[in-house]
Design a protein around this ligand. Structure first.
Ligand SMILES: Cc1cc2nc3c(=O)[nH]c(=O)nc-3n(C[C@H](O)[C@H](O)[C@H](O)COP(=O)(O)O)c2cc1C
Length: 263
C-alpha cells in the first residue's frame, strides 16, 4: 500500500503518469474505432459511387435499392491503349487510383498530354454499359483530374454515338462551397446533356468557357457556361473531360465504340 501521507497527487510524476495513461487509452479507442469503422466507411463510399453512376445514367429512383438498380449496369474493363475490352483485371475489384501508382498496372502520362494534371494513370479502366433491351443505351466513363484544390472524380455518360453527352456528375472533390462546388449544382450540370465531345475528329472539342455560351455561336454544342468566380475549377473540368475522351484516355475505345454502335 502506498503511504498516503507521502503520496502527493499533484506531483509532476503523478501528473505525467495520468496524462500518459489517458493518452494511451484515448489513442487505443480512436484507433480501434477507425479500424472497426473502415469497412463500413468503404461500403458507404462504394454505394455513393454507384448512386452517382445510376444518377448520371438517369436510373436513380428515390428510395430505390442501389445494389438492385446497379445490377442492371454492365461493368467492363478496357485496355486504354488498344481500346479493346479485356479480362486481364476484374472490374468489381479494380482500383484505378491504386493501379495508377503501380509500376506494372500504371503508366506515366507525358507532361504535354497531361491536361488533367494527374501524372499517372492505370493501363486499364472500367466502363459501365447501360442497355435498353439488347441495344446499348449509353456508356459511362470514369473521369478525374485536378481542380483548384483537389482531384475531382466523376462519371461522364455518352450516347451510343460515343459523342453526345448524356450527363456529367462528380462524386468526390474538395473545391470551395459556393465557388468550385458549382460543378455539383443545377442548372450548370444540366447543360452537359446534349452537348458533343467531337466535331468529326479524334480531338475532343467540348470545353467550359469563361462567361455564358452565346446561343448563336456555331460551336455552341461544344461549349458549357463558365463558373462565375471559379474559372480554375472550370478549367480543371475542361482538362479532365478532354483528357479522358482524348487519344491518351478513352479515345481509342470510343473510336471503336462509335464505329460498332453506329454501323
Ligand atoms: C478562399 C477562396 C476560395 C476559392 N475557391 C475557388 C474554387 O474552389 N475554384 C476556383 O476556380 N476558384 C476559387 N477561388 C478563386 C480563384 O482564386 C480565382 O480567383 C478564380 O478561379 C478566378 O475565377 P474568375 O475568373 O471566374 O473570377 C477561391 C478564392 C478564394 C480566396
Amino acid at each position: 500500500m502506498p503511504d498516503k501521507k507521502n503520496f502527493d497527487r499533484d506531483s509532476i510524476s503523478n501528473t505525467l503518469l495520468v496524462a500518459i495513461g489517458l493518452s494511451l487509452v484515448c489513442s487505443v479507442i480512436v484507433s480501434s474505432a477507425a479500424i472497426v469503422l473502415k469497412p463500413v466507411q468503404e461500403k458507404n463510399e462504394e454505394e455513393f459511387r454507384q448512386q452517382i453512376i445510376l444518377d448520371v445514367a438517369g436510373l436513380m429512383q428515390p428510395g430505390g435499392n442501389t445494389e438492385e438498380l446497379f445490377a442492371a449496369i454492365e461493368p467492363r474493363m478496357v485496355d486504354l491503349e488498344s481500346g479493346e475490352y479485356t479480362e486481364e483485371v476484374d472490374a468489381a475489384t479494380f482500383d484505378a487510383l491504386l493501379a495508377a501508382g503501380d509500376p506494372q498496372l500504371g503508366i506515366a502520362i507525358p507532361s504535354d498530354k497531361d491536361i488533367a494534371g494527374i501524372g499517372r494513370r492505370a493501363k486499364y479502366a472500367a466502363v459501365y454499359i447501360v442497355r435498353d433491351g439488347a441495344k446499348i443505351d449509353q456508356v459511362i466513363l470514369p473521369v478525374y483530374g485536378k481542380g483548384l484544390w483537389s482531384t475531382m472524380l466523376g462519371y461522364l455518360s455518352l450516347a451510343p454515338d460515343g459523342n453526345t453527352i448524356k450527363g456529367l456528375r462528380f462524386y468526390a472533390h474538395a473545391e470551395t462551397p459556393g465557388l468550385g462546388d458549382q460543378i455539383d449544382k443545377e442548372p450548370w450540370r444540366a447543360q452537359w446533356a446534349g452537348k458533343l465531345v467531337y466535331d468529326g475528329g479524334d480531338e475532343p472539342q467540348i470545353r467550359v468557357i469563361k462567361g455564358v455560351v452565346p446561343a448563336a455561336a456555331p460551336d455552341a454544342r461544344y461549349m458549357i457556361d463558365g463558373l462565375s468566380g471559379a474559372t480554375l475549377t472550370a478549367n480543371g473540368v475542361t482538362g479532365l473531360v478532354q483528357y479522358w475522351t482524348g487519344p491518351h484516355g478513352f479515345g481509342p475505345y470510343l473510336k471503336k465504340f462509335r464505329q460498332t454502335e453506329t454501323s
